[in-house]
Design a protein around this ligand. Structure first.
Ligand SMILES: Nc1nc2c(c(=O)[nH]1)N[C@H]1C(S)=C(S)[C@@H](COP(=O)(O)OP(=O)(O)OC[C@H]3O[C@@H](n4cnc5c(=O)[nH]c(N)nc54)[C@H](O)[C@@H]3O)O[C@H]1N2
Ligand SMILES: Nc1nc2c(c(=O)[nH]1)N[C@H]1C(S)=C(S)[C@@H](COP(=O)(O)OP(=O)(O)OC[C@H]3O[C@@H](n4cnc5c(=O)[nH]c(N)nc54)[C@H](O)[C@@H]3O)O[C@H]1N2
Ligand code: SF4
Ligand SMILES: [Mo]
Length: 709
C-alpha cells in the first residue's frame, strides 16, 4: 500500500509544499507539488522532484562512516562503526582543544536557516569555541547586514501577490526560485508592472514592462536616482517617514546629486528609463525582489542600503503588496532566534574572539548577523596561525573546496589541518581530504519545522523515507559527539541540551499556538499575523526607528548614508586594461543543479553536461571564439585559470561574460574531482578587497580575460 505524506521540500530556501508517495519498503516513489501549500501554491522544481530522491537512493551514496586509510586525498578509506568514528572524532578534537585551546576548533555549515546551523553553532560553543563558518558572506550577507542596520527585518517577505509593481534586482527567479517566478507571472497576468534591473537578459527581463541593463555592480546609482526622483516630486511617503524613520533630511541631501542623467552616466542605463522606473515604483504598492546579483560584492552593503532606503521612504514596508517583515507565531523560536538566545551563548569575552569579529563586527562574532566567523579569515588562520592557530574542523552541509573562492588555497588549508571531519551524502572534493567522513541523512529522511516568510506559515518536513544504510542526521551526530566530549572533560558549557531532532523541534515550537496534528498532516500551518504593527513589533536599531542614517555605521566610522560605490573593475588601478578587458559574472543558477549538488546524476549531466560561459557575439567575434569551444578564463587578481565552454548569446552585454558555479566531476580521477579545472572558484581570489561592512568579496564584476583553450 502506498502511503501519502504531506511535506515541505527543504532542498532550498523556497520551501515548496510537497506530496510524497512512500512504498511498502519505505522508499519514496514519487514527489509532486502540493497545490494547497500557501507558501508555494503548487510551484516546484526538478531538484525537489527528481534530484532529491535520486540523491537519496544513489548507488554512490555514503552509507557508513569511513576513516582515511592513505594519504589525504588518496581515495583510500576503511569502513568503521559509528562508535569508532565518534570516539576518534572526540579524541582528536579533545587533543587539539588540550594543546591549542578550544578556539582552535571550527565548525562549518551553509548558514543558520536550516537546523544544522544552530546545531553546529551550539555544539562548537559547548566545546568552548565561538568559531563556526557559514557561507553567507558569499550568499546573502550584504543584504542581511543592510537589512539589520536599516532595521527593516524584511528578508524573504515579498508580497508579490498583492503588489502593483514588482522591482526585480539581481534576481533570476525562473532558475533560482520557482515560487517567486510563478508569483511574478501571476501578478503580471493580472496587470501588475514588472521592472527588472539586470545586466543579463533573464526570463524575468523577457516578460518585464521595463528592463534596465546596468553595467555590473553599478545598481546603487539607480536606487539613489529613484529616491531622488521620489523625493523631488514629493512622491515619497512623508507620513511614514516622519513616524518611523530617522535621517531623512541627510538622505535627501545625499541623493540630491543623483539626477537620472547622473545615474545614467554611471550605469549606462538611459535616464528616461530610470525616470520611468521611479514613476512605476512610486505608483505602488511596490515590492522589491532582490537577489544574489547585487550581493556578495565589495560594495554590496551600500547597494542594498540604497534599495532598502527606497523601500522605507516609499512606505512599502510591511504593507499589502510590499515587503513584509519577518513574522512568527508567539512562542515559536526560529533557528536565528536560537543563535542569539542568551541562554545558549558563551561569555562575551570569548565570543569577541570569534575569528573576524575584530575587523567585521557587523558580520562576525557576538554582534554579527549569524554570530559566525569571517570565512576568509578562518582560512588565513589555518595557514598562518593569525590571530591564533586553527587546527581542527567539522564540516556539515557545505562543500567548501568547490564553493569558496580560490580552490587551491582552500584545499591547501583543509589539507594542512590536524583533523578534518566531513559529513556528506556522496564523496565530494571537501570530503575527499577529510580524516573521517560521516554519512548524512537527506531531507527525505529528516524532520524539520520552520517558519516561512513567503506564506507566513509554519512548514513541516516529514522524514518520509526510511533511512539508507547507517546515515544519521546532524542532531544525532552532534549529540553523540557531545556525550563523548563530556566523557573526556572537553566541554566548556552545556549549550546543546537536546539529544534528538524531535527534542529540538519540541523546543522550537515551544508554547506557540500551533495545531501540531494539522501541521504534520498538511505539511504547513498558517498563523494569524498583523501588517504594519510598528508600535508593537518595533525596529531593532539603536534609535528604535528605521535608520536611513545608520548610527551604528557612524559609530564604526563607516558611511552612515547609502551611496554609490564604484565596482571593483572601475576602482582597481590600471584595470579596464588591455590585459583584462572583460567583466566576469559568476554564480548564475541552473535549474538542474543546486550549487555543487547533484553532479552524480545522469539526467542532470545530460541536460547540462559542462560549465558554460556566456559571451556576447561581438565579444566572441573579437576574440575569435566559436560556440561550444573550451576557453581558458583568468581573472586579474585570481590565482589560476579554469576552463569553461563558450556559449555565444546576445542575452549578455558586449564585454560582460557570465558563468555559473559549483562544477566538479565525481568520476574524475584527480583527488579534487576536477574542482581545480572546471570550477570558476579556482580562478577567483578570496583575498579581497572586502566590503568594509560585511567582509564580502566580489564574486561578480571581476576584470577577466578569455583565451582559446
Ligand atoms: N536551481 C537553483 N536554484 C537556486 C540555487 C541553485 O544553485 N540552483 N541556489 C540558491 C541560492 S543559495 C541562492 S543565493 C539563489 C541565487 O539566485 P539569484 O538570487 O537569482 O542569483 P544569481 O542567479 O546568482 O543571479 C541573479 C541575477 O543577478 C544578475 N546580476 C549579476 N550581477 C549583477 C549586477 O551587478 N546587478 C544586477 N542588477 N544584477 C546582476 C545575474 O545576471 C542574474 O540574472 O538561488 C537559490 N536557488
Ligand atoms: N564564485 C561563486 N561562488 C559562490 C557563489 C557564487 O555565486 N559565485 N554562490 C555562493 C552561494 S550563494 C552559496 S549559498 C554557496 C553554496 O555553497 P554550498 O553550501 O557549499 O553548496 P552545496 O553544493 O549545496 O553544498 C552542500 C554540501 O553539503 C553536504 N551536506 C551535508 N549535510 C547536508 C545536509 O543536511 N543538507 C544538504 N543539502 N547538504 C548537506 C552536501 O553533501 C553537499 O556536499 O556558494 C557560494 N559560492
Ligand atoms: S525550489 Fe525546488 S529544491 Fe527548492 S524547495 Fe522548491 S522543489 Fe525544493
Ligand atoms: Mo546562496
Amino acid at each position: 500500500m502506498v502511503r501519502n505524506v504531506a511535506s515541505t521540500c527543504w532542498e532550498c530556501a523556497s520551501k515548496c509544499g510537497s506530496l510524497i508517495s512512500v512504498e511498502d519498503d519505505g522508499r519514496v516513489s514519487r514527489i509532486v507539488p502540493n497545490t494547497k501549500s500557501p507558501v508555494s501554491k503548487g510551484a516546484f522544481c526538478v531538484k525537489g522532484m527528481r534530484a532529491l530522491p535520486e540523491w537519496t537512493y544513489h548507488p554512490d551514496r555514503l552509507t557508513h562512516p569511513m576513516r582515511r586509510a592513505g594519504e589525504r586525498g588518496s581515495g583510500r578509506w576503511e569502513r568503521i562503526s559509528w562508535d569508532d568514528a565518534l570516539d576518534e572524532m572526540a579524541d582528536r578534537m579533545a587533543a587539539i582543544r588540550g594543546r591549542y585551546g578550544a578556539l582552535a576548533l571550527v565548525g562549518a555549515v551553509s548558514g543558520a536557516a536550516f537546523s544544522r546551523g544552530p546545531i553546529m553553532a551550539l555544539l562548537m560553543r559547548s566545546i568552548g569555541s565561538p568559531n563556526w563558518m557559514i557561507n553567507q558572506d558569499l550568499c546573502g550577507g550584504c543584504r542581511a547586514v543592510s537589512d539589520r542596520l536599516t532595521g527593516l527585518a524584511m528578508t524573504n517577505g515579498e508580497d508579490i501577490e498583492a503588489a502593483a509593481c514588482i522591482l526585480v534586482v539581481g534576481r533570476n527567479p525562473m532558475a533560482a526560485d520557482p515560487v517567486q517566478w510563478m508569483a511574478i507571472k501571476r501578478a503580471k497576468a493580472r496587470g501588475a508592472s514588472v521592472i527588472v534591473i539586470d545586466p543579463f537578459r533573464t526570463s524575468a527581463a523577457d516578460i518585464a514592462d521595463l528592463w534596465l541593463q546596468p553595467k555590473p555592480g553599478t545598481d546603487a546609482a539607480i536606487a539613489m536616482a529613484m529616491m531622488q526622483q521620489l523625493i523631488a516630486a514629493g512622491r515619497h511617503d512623508a507620513d511614514f517617514v516622519t513616524r518611523w524613520c530617522t535621517g531623512f533630511d541627510a538622505l535627501a541631501e545625499r541623493v540630491a546629486p543623483f539626477t537620472a542623467e547622473h545615474a545614467a552616466a554611471l550605469t549606462g542605463v538611459p535616464a528616461a528609463d530610470i525616470v520611468k522606473a521611479a514613476a512605476l515604483y512610486a505608483a505602488g504598492p511596490s515590492v522589491f525582489v532582490s537577489g544574489h546579483g547585487i550581493d556578495a560584492a565589495s560594495n554590496g552593503v551600500q547597494t542594498f542600503r540604497a534599495f532598502h532606503c527606497l523601500v522605507a521612504i516609499s512606505g512599502n514596508l510591511d504593507r499589502a503588496g510590499g515587503n513584509r517583515r519577518a513574522k512568527r507565531p508567539a512562542g515559536f523560536t526560529t533557528c536565528m532566534d536560537l543563535l542569539h538566545d542568551p541562554r545558549f551563548r558563551l561569555p562575551k569575552k570569548i565570543e569577541l574572539q570569534t575569528i573576524g569579529a575584530a575587523q567585521y563586527p557587523l558580520w562576525a562574532g557576538p554582534a554579527g548577523w549569524q554570530t559566525a566567523c569571517h570565512n576568509k579569515s578562518v582560512l588565513d588562520a589555518i595557514l598562518t596561525s593569525v590571530p591564533y592557530p586553527v587546527r581542527g574542523m567539522y564540516v556539515s552541509g557545505v562543500n567548501i573546496a568547490v564553493m569558496y573562492p580560490d580552490t587551491r588555497r582552500t584545499l591547501e588549508a583543509l589539507r594542512s589541518l590536524d583533523f578534518l571531519c566531513v559529513a556528506a551524502h556522496t564523496m565530494t572534493p571537501t570530503a575527499a581530504v577529510a580524516d573521517i567522513v560521516l554519512p548524512k541523512t537527506t531531507t527525505l529522511e529528516e524532520e524539520e519545522v520552520d517558519v516561512s516568510q513567503t506564506g507566513a506559515c509554519v512548514t513541516y518536513t516529514a522524514p518520509a523515507s526510511t533511512r539508507i544504510g547507517e546515515v544519521r542526521c546532524d542532531m544525532e551526530i552532534a549529540a553523540g559527539l557531545m556525550a563523548r566530549m563530556r566523557d573526556r572533560g572537553a566541554l566548556t558549557a552545556e549549550l546543546l541540551p537536546w539529544t534528538s531532532q524531535a527534542d529540538l523541534i519540541r523546543f522550537l515550537i515551544g508554547d506557540a499556538e500551533i495545531d501540531q496534528a494539522a501541521l504534520r498532516r498538511d505539511g504547513f500551518f498558517e498563523f494569524p499575523y498583523e501588517l504594519g504593527n510598528f508600535s508593537a513589533q518595533t525596529f531593532k536599531t539603536p534609535s528604535g526607528k528605521i535608520e536611513l542614517y545608520s548610527s551604528t555605521l557612524a559609530d564604526l566610522g563607516l558611511d552612515p548614508l547609502p551611496d554609490y560605490v564604484r565596482p571593483l573593475y572601475e576602482r582597481a588601478a590600471g584595470s579596464a586594461s588591455a590585459e583584462f578587458p572583460l567583466v566576469l559574472q559568476t554564480g548564475q543558477r541552473e535549474k538542474t543543479y543546486h550549487h555543487s549538488r547533484f553532479r552524480e546524476q545522469n539526467w542532470a549531466r545530460k541536460v547540462s553536461p559542462d560549465p558554460t560561459i556566456r559571451i556576447h557575439p561581438e565579444t566572441a567575434a573579437k576574440l575569435g571564439l566559436a560556440d561550444g569551444a573550451w576557453v581558458v578564463v583568468e581573472t586579474e587578481a585570481g590565482p589560476a585559470p579554469c576552463r569553461l565552454v563558450a556559449e555565444i548569446t546576445d542575452r549578455t552585454a558586449p564585454g560582460v561574460v557570465t558563468t555559473g558555479i559549483g562544477w566538479w566531476r565525481p568520476e574524475a580521477a584527480s583527488p579534487e574531482f576536477a574542482a581545480l579545472d572546471i570550477n570558476i572558484n579556482a580562478a577567483l581570489t578570496y583575498a579581497g578587497p572586502m566590503d568594509p561592512m560585511s567582509g564580502s568579496v566580489d564574486t561578480r564584476a571581476l576584470p577577466c580575460r578569455l583565451l582559446v583553450a
